[in-house]
Design a protein. Structure first.
Length: 310
């Protein structure tokens, strides 16, 4: 997606850039806020972690929520069918059709989604995110907007932070337009994808970085790696395999003495901040576009009240 298309969708030039966010003098403070909010979202809930925190699994839930916000019962092409979900998932190339079918079944059995015949055509089955999933998504979005509040307090993000349900529904409906941009941005972050492509990889990475930020010698100090995944229900073997892959990518250094210590390397700090900044850039784009739509609808409603419906 070129810059002109981004500006068309956003209603004008983006007010933030990835570079501006990434090199903000308070980026470490924003990172700490994000890590705390993100980990609190999943702390003590190993089942949800296993169900939602991995690239293919997360995208099934995330894209389903986005598409559901744009459903118009009178327009069949907007219905959230499994086929339509798979079509949007194909942009990311992170899950096979069979994998998606299995994930949908698990989301339904866990109470995150329903799969029922369409009222307009009983032959067609429609996916519907439940309130349980929508509530989780409101918390998830607030965690990702929180660091923007730290860096840019002059911008008002209260609608998401206070979990305004109408604003959230509009935000998710407008997010449909930004799915191609989101796919290209996500796939441009290989270091982030290394963790994201592993079950619970994102929370293991977040816990690793948060521990490193509070350890003596930050940002170069050693931290114990053995217990990183325990509170998320992740085995030590799985964490060890993930850390070995991260070491091979130049993101961490594992202790040669075999005591399980880990050092987060400069490349990991830099790539995590860039990934976080990329997400913040996208969220701000959608936030501004949502605000513009809300103001436009308010003006239209005021015009009807003043001039009458005819």
């Amino acid at each position: 997606m070129d810059q002109a298309e981004v500006e068309r969708l956003a209603g004008g030039p983006p007010r933030l850039s990835v570079e501006e966010i990434c090199h903000h003098p308070r980026i470490a403070e924003a990172r700490k806020v994000f890590l705390d909010r993100f980990l609190a979202l999943y702390s003590g809930d190993p089942y949800t972690i296993r169900l939602l925190i991995e690239s293919g699994r997360f995208l099934v839930y995330h894209i389903a929520g986005v598409l559901d916000a744009g459903v118009d019962p009178a327009r069949r092409e907007t219905w959230l069918t499994i086929t339509r979900l798979k079509q949007e998932m194909s942009r990311f190339g992170l899950a096979s059709d069979r994998h998606i079918d299995g994930l949908i079944a698990r989301l339904c059995s866990a109470g995150f989604m329903d799969l029922k015949p369409a009222e307009q055509d009983r032959r067609v089955r429609i996916l519907k995110p439940t309130e349980k999933l929508k509530s989780h998504d409101r918390d998830w979005l607030a965690a990702h907007i929180a660091p923007l509040e730290v860096l840019f307090p002059e911008h008002d993000y209260s609608a998401v932070m206070e979990q305004d349900r109408l604003f959230h529904a509009r935000y998710r409906r407008i997010s449909i337009l930004f799915l191609p941009l989101g796919a290209s941005l996500l796939l441009s972050l290989p270091d982030s994808m290394l963790f994201f492509n592993h079950a619970a990889g994102a929370v293991v990475q977040a816990e690793l970085l948060r521990s490193a930020m509070s350890a003596p010698g930050y940002p170069d100090g050693l931290i114990p790696g053995a217990g990183i995944g325990e509170r998320f229900g992740v085995s030590r073997t799985h964490v060890r395999q993930l850390l070995v892959a991260a070491e091979n990518a130049g993101l961490v250094r594992l202790s040669a003495r075999g005591n399980g210590s880990v050092q987060v390397l400069p490349r990991q700090w830099a790539s995590y901040d860039r990934g976080m900044a990329t997400g913040m850039y996208l969220h701000d784009l959608i936030y501004v576009a949502t605000e513009q739509e809300a103001r436009s609808m308010e003006r239209q409603e005021q015009g009807v009240l003043i001039n009458g419906p005819w």
